[in-house]
Design a protein around this ligand. Structure first.
Ligand code: UDX
Length: 428
């Protein structure tokens, strides 16, 4: 068992801390937000993440998980410190390293001799060296160990990963970090820091490419009268392609893909390569928001001015309360700009106050039915399971027109059509 410090208690830090405590390590998690630290210490988890609250409470009860204010306090007695702080996007698309640098500067003098600092934040290639420079501690080894956690299934992904990637020149530090993943069995890739950092960006960019590709294929299907559901079925059986990450939707979003794809374009540029393929992937995604808004416009007869739109789903995907770079909000922004009146329901969004300040013109309602009441069209933007089980007959009776744009191909089209709905999906 090792003594671990986790700097930053966002999605990545909290999942990492709770999972390492679950594996049996002694974990101290640090955050700058005293209020958050107090809530976490009381077992209150501020985000929606499957099983995270159970693991945090288990760690607190067993005395293996503690929360403190400040990175310096957390690392005082640690063997390994994990940097899990945000790397937001600069206005020019590059990643902002100031949180990484600040955390490294804060712990530099207090890190125990011969300890290891692990970078889990998604950082531009070369950042391991930046951390080494800021620390200025030749006795401390800096290791890159990128995370591949999906929000909503982060615990599952941590405990049953597809692979563990370690980037480090020092073999013994690499083995020490690997040994922390006690009972986790996964293929491991031990490489140099720059390659480990590149793996993370390449993985996210490839997945985003797959999604933009399938959204483009959906557009082709619409043009030629094919059904994208059958096309992706036939595509996914090819083991070289695989059936995951092939669902068309309103575009991809979240805290990682948009930021990391833009950052990789800039990283490539700085390395002398014009990554036009990835530019195209990003452009297709932006177009997808407009394509969905156009479907809604078409559903109301061509003019959105003053039309009442019911929206189901605001988060960037189901299983999370995260609204960052949500395609749903990007589509709604286009509808509102065209004069539509939007009433939206999401199981994790309680009121208008939970929305980011730039999301204007949305009235948040408390039930799926309230979003449909008097609406000219219903738009499904996030794939929450509960939407499947709503009763189209009841909804049709309260809407001014029984019409639905299903941007996730979530609903049973035949059933909704039986109840008088005009159903517009994607790619079919
Ligand atoms: C992603 C990566 O999957 C994860 O490995 C990385 O560490 C962080 O970024 P996350 O942002 O939680 O995880 O979301 P993910 O499940 O990957 O979905 C990203 C976006 O793609 C969402 O908007 C989602 O709705 C969309 N998506 C995903 C689809 O439209 N279709 C799919 O088939 C899968």
């Amino acid at each position: 068992m090792a003594r671990l410090a986790i700097i930053g208690t966002g999605y990545v830090g909290l999942t990492t801390g709770a999972c390492f405590a679950h594996l049996g390590h002694d974990v101290v998690c640090a955050d700058v937000d005293a209020d958050k630290v107090a809530r976490l210490s009381a077992g209150e988890v501020p985000i929606v993440e499957d099983r995270l609250d159970l693991l945090v409470r288990e760690g607190l009860d067993d005395g293996r998980l503690r929360f403190v204010v400040g990175a310096a306090e957390a690392v005082a007695d640690c063997e390994v410190a994990f940097l899990c702080v945000p790397t937001p996007q600069n206005p020019d698309g590059t990643a902002d390293l100031s949180y990484i640098e600040a955390a490294s500067a804060e712990i530099a003098a207090v890190l125990p001799a011969e300890s290891i600092v692990v970078n889990k934040s998604t950082v531009p290639v070369g950042s391991t060296r930046v951390v080494e420079r800021v620390l200025g501690r030749p006795d401390v080894t800096v290791v890159s160990n990128p995370e591949f956690l999906r929000e909503g299934s982060a615990i599952q992904d941590f405990l049953h990963p597809d692979r563990i990637v370690i980037g480090c020149e020092d073999q013994s530090a690499a083995i020490k970090v690997l040994s922390l993943y006690l009972s986790v069995t996964a293929p491991t890739v031990v490489t140099d820091p720059a390659s480990a950092e590149t793996i993370k960006y390449a993985a996210n960019a490839f997945l985003a490419t797959k999604l933009s590709f399938v959204n483009a294929i959906a557009a082709v299907c619409e043009g030629v009268g094919a059904d994208v559901n059958d096309v992706i079925l036939g595509l996914g059986y090819d083991t070289r392609i695989g059936s995951e990450f092939l669902k068309p939707g309103p575009g991809w979003g979240g805290s990682c893909f948009p930021k990391d794809t833009r950052a990789l374009v800039r990283i490539a540029e700085q390395g002398g390569y014009d990554f036009r393929l990835l530019d195209g992937v990003i452009a297709v995604n932006e177009e997808q928001f407009s394509r969905i808004a156009d479907k809604v416009r078409e559903a109301v007869g061509g003019d959105l001015t003053g039309r009442a739109i019911g929206v189901w789903g605001l988060t960037f995907k189901a299983g999370t309360d995260d609204l960052r770079e949500s395609p749903s909000l990007s589509v709604i922004e286009r509808l509102v700009a065209a004069g539509a009146v939007v009433r939206a329901y999401d199981p994790t969004v309680g009121s208008d106050a939970d929305l980011p300040p730039e999301a204007t013109g949305i009235e948040v309602v408390a039930t799926p039915a309230a979003a449909c009441d008097g609406a000219d069209v219903l738009v499904v933007l996030t794939e929450w399971d509960e939407f499947r089980w709503q009763d189209p007959a009841e909804l049709a009776a309260t809407m001014s027109t029984p019409s639905v744009v299903d941007a996730r191909n979530l609903l049973d089209r035949a059933r909704w059509e039986r109840h008088g709905f005009v159903h517009r999906g994607i790619g079919r």
